[in-house]
Ligand binder design. Structure first.
Ligand code: MTE
Length: 337
């Protein structure tokens, strides 16, 4: 399936990725994708510098090699002029509290996550509920690459090439009933493999849960990701299945999803339950509504350091307003933060 996402903020992958990186990844992804890419390649004068894909290839980082994803179509890319975050940073600076609270903990600890076999339950207000093995769950969908900004509520950001399929495709397949108004995403609860769920750090009432309004979930930008950087998701990034909603703060992007429920009432979400005055249900990226303890007007684009903090102005809806602003017409985004 190939949907069109015409947008002022849109551009092709070739606009963000120097040719040498672009070519080497195409080689990883198979001849047909490479042939497609070759016909559209731009001329890049300055293709030098470390590849953001370093560490994705076998041997570059032992133990990190993930299977490549087949039959990928190339899709809307919405990060004009911005570099893809190096794979190393995207996989070593994570929030995944099931594996610890420090940014490096998930990379260190998520090796214990067992992603095979994996089942996903679809239930609630749907005509076709079911429990699926992940392979069957994914089968009907054509994988697409989406290069999106990821803006965390903590005011750091990255640019990630995800692989996945539109959440709307799944929703159409399962036939929401007339009562379905929201979606609740529930993630894995497995204290045996998840040290954060065993620890005395009892702030979170596991399992981690998130939610969207049905019309938000139907927006073409919302995807269920199974991969990044051309390969299956690393465990610390939410293997084997995570949500990606790029106009919302990163905490909406639930990792390691096991249940997707269509419901009639707005579901309780993890961060809202912990601190409703700090983290709302909508969590749309909004530079004009500060977090009670820090500004949301700007962000630190990773990688960044003490002497090169790489600060950028935060954009309304993370730069995806053209695609999503109409979802919120008439809604007070100060109250519904
Ligand atoms: N999903 C689960 N299950 N557990 C978590 O702790 N953290 C969220 C989100 N999804 C989280 C989660 C937060 S706060 C962020 S910012 C993003 O995942 C981080 O995604 P990344 O580590 O791939 O950058």
């Amino acid at each position: 399936m190939l949907i069109k996402l015409p947008s002022a903020s849109g551009c092709k992958e070739s606009d963000v990725t120097p040719e040498s990186f672009y070519l080497s990844r195409r080689a990883l992804l198979g001849a047909s994708a490479a042939a497609l890419a070759a016909s559209t390649l731009p001329r890049w004068a300055d293709a030098a510098g470390p590849s953001p894909y370093a560490g994705v290839e076998p041997g570059a980082a032992p133990g990190w090699f993930k299977a490549k994803l087949p039959n990928t179509q190339w899709q809307a890319v919405t990060v004009k002029g911005e570099a893809i975050t190096p794979f190393k940073d995207a996989t070593h600076y994570n929030n995944f509290y099931e594996f610890g609270t420090d940014k490096g903990d998930p990379a260190q600890n998520a090796g214990s996550l067992k992603t095979e076999p994996w089942t996903v339950v679809i239930d609630g207000e749907v005509g076709k509920p079911g429990r699926y093995a992940l392979e069957d769950f994914m089968k009907p969908y054509q994988l697409e690459e989406r290069i999106y900004r990821l803006r965390c509520v903590e005011a750091w950001s990255m640019v990630i090439p995800w692989m996945g399929f539109p959440l709307s495709a799944l929703l159409k397949q399962v036939e929401p009933t007339a009562n379905a108004r929201y979606i609740r995403f529930e993630t894995l609860q497995d204290p045996k493999s998840m040290p954060g769920q065993r620890s005395s750090f009892a702030l979170i009432d596991w399992p981690y849960a998130e939610g969207l309004r049905l019309d938000e979930a139907m927006n073409p930008l919302a995807i269920l990701a199974v991969g990044m950087y051309g390969r299956e998701l690393p465990s610390q990034n939410g293997a084997p299945l995570r949500l990606v909603v790029p106009w919302k703060y990163g905490f909406k992007s639930a990792k390691s999803i096991v249940r997707i429920s269509l419901v009639s009432e707005q579901p309780k979400t993890t961060w809202q339950t912990i601190a409703a005055n700090e983290y709302g249900f909508y969590a749309n990226v909004n530079p004009t509504v500060d977090h009670p303890r820090w500004t949301q007007a700007h962000e630190r684009r990773l990688p960044s350091g003490l002497f090169s903090p790489n600060i950028r102005q935060t954009e309304m809806f993370n730069g995806y307003g053209e695609e999503v602003a109409s979802l919120y017409t008439g809604l007070d985004l100060r109250k519904n933060y």
